[in-house]
Design a protein around this ligand. Structure first.
Ligand SMILES: Nc1ncnc2c1ncn2[C@@H]1O[C@H](COP(=O)(O)OP(=O)(O)OP(=O)(O)O)[C@@H](O)[C@H]1O
Length: 257
């Protein structure tokens, strides 16, 4: 379980979704999704492969248009936003790709500088270097600044991927399977980092995973996506204590992975 009590503002939702439907032809992926992410909260979206977790995230950042329902992010109705407003919103919603999505031909420092040069062109070199140093220190990888991604371990690349998202100081973090493909010790380090980011940068996060350990250690709220909607939402113990079949399903899945 988490080692600190996060400061969650239950009065303030940063993401609010009601009655979300999304189909692709006859494939009805999301069928009435409701979700509230509060300021300061980590929500884990737990679901087996193909249940629509990525579709949900894409709707949240405006990459997919919903068939029905409302999707409100940082006080804005996402499906109604034009390209400019959507671009601005996406700067406040950081997406951590599953494989880090680092540029192999750039050093760690250059990878972190890249989003700053593109999105904060008014920044001086000194300000940029300071931000990069601060983020590298936060993710515990200051010594890698001149290294190439190929020289890093899988866990370190994941951390740099998280750092590259943090560098723009987003209000919301979206993590796509942050522990996929990592050994158990590295998984624990990434889970700790997700909590550290929540604590230190006051972010609100959605963490997509089918890793129960990740869910238990990072989630203030667990939302279980199945057959197009959230069949359970609550803290880990509430969600799993009463339903043996559900927990077995995920344990079996974790062993298969
Ligand atoms: N652009 C698209 N066009 C057609 N079908 C799509 C599209 N995007 C997703 N789907 C379908 O939506 C369903 C849910 O896909 P999604 O990628 O959201 O699953 P997931 O829960 O993220 O799975 P995984 O854990 O394997 O990443 C799948 O059946 C997929 O084929």
């Amino acid at each position: 379980m988490k080692s600190f009590i996060p400061n969650i503002d239950k009065q303030q939702t940063v993401i609010s979704i009601r009655g979300l439907y999304k189909s692709f032809g006859s494939n009805h992926v999301l069928r009435g999704v409701d979700l509230d992410l509060h300021r300061g909260e980590n929500i884990v979206v737990l679901g087996r492969s193909g249940t629509g977790k990525s579709v949900l995230i894409k709707v949240i950042v405006g990459l997919l248009y919903p068939d029905a329902g409302t999707v409100r992010v940082l006080e804005q109705e996402v499906p109604e936003l034009g390209a400019h407003a959507l671009r601005n919103l996406r700067l406040k919603v950081g997406f951590c790709f599953q494989h880090g999505a680092l540029y192999d031909s750039m050093t760690v420092g250059e990878n972190l500088a890249f989003p700053l040069k593109r999105n904060e062109p008014g920044m001086t070199r000194k300000e940029r270097d300071k931000r990069i140093e601060m983020v590298l220190e936060a993710i515990g990888l200051s010594h890698t600044i001149h290294q190439m991604p190929a020289e890093l371990s899988g866990g370190q690349r994941k951390r740099i991927g998280i750092g590259r998202t943090l560098i723009l100081r987003p209000e919301i973090m979206l993590y796509d399977e942050p522990t996929a493909g990592l050994d158990p010790i590295t998984c624990t380090e990434i889970n700790d980092l997700i909590n550290e980011v929540q604590h230190r940068f006051k972010t609100s996060s959605i963490i997509i995973t089918h890793d129960l350990t990740c869910a238990k250690s990072t989630g203030d709220t667990i939302a279980v996506l199945k057959e197009g909607w959230f069949i359970r939402q609550g803290n880990f113990d509430d969600v799993f204590s009463s339903d043996e079949a559900l927990i077995r399903e995920f344990y079996e899945y974790n062993f298969i992975q």
